[in-house]
Design a protein around this ligand. Sequence first.
Ligand code: IMP
Length: 195
Amino acid sequence: MKLIFATNNQHKIEELRPLLSGDIQLITLKEAGIDTDIPEPFDTLEENALGKSRAIYDMTGANCFSEDTGLEVEALNGEPGVKSARYAGESRSFDANIEKLLINLAGQNNRKARFRTVISLLIDGKETQFEGICNGQIIMEKRGERGFGYDPVFIPEGDLRTFAEMNLAEKSKYSHRARATEKLVAFLNSYKLNH
Ligand code: IMP
């Protein structure tokens, strides 16, 4: 089965590719010849995920999925949440976002946070969503060079390293995106058996 992944984020593509089993072929927007920046205008991950997959489905008529992810920090009442990419402004700078987060958490003992991913799958125009959550905490300063976004300041529950100190397989052992993708794969496997 061919599925277009509605994202321009190369990091997300690299994380997902190894998680999809052999008979699910992931096609990137670039490979599908689509050069567009899909907007994320809504107030929830669920609506943004559907907006992105619907935009690509309307454009191509092909089965596709998208995902939207947010970092939800307990002491900040769930912020930056759906605004994670643009937390420090429209430049979408990873460094500026982390700096703002650390400033807003200065002096705060409660460092609990979670990543939440929502995948929106469109098959024959019908949507199914899958959620993945990774609980953890925000540390005081950046550690590690790998990954993207808030990875250098996030330690998942069950480990002592930040996501940025892990390789792809290690991050996927814990990550929100891997957990949502596991549900997507299970759904696709049973879908294939029934169609
Ligand atoms: P998006 O809107 O789903 O593309 O993601 C929003 C923002 O959340 C991104 O710009 C990243 O800063 C951050 N983000 C998403 N996924 C991850 C992750 O796996 N690790 C760290 N940061 C992430």
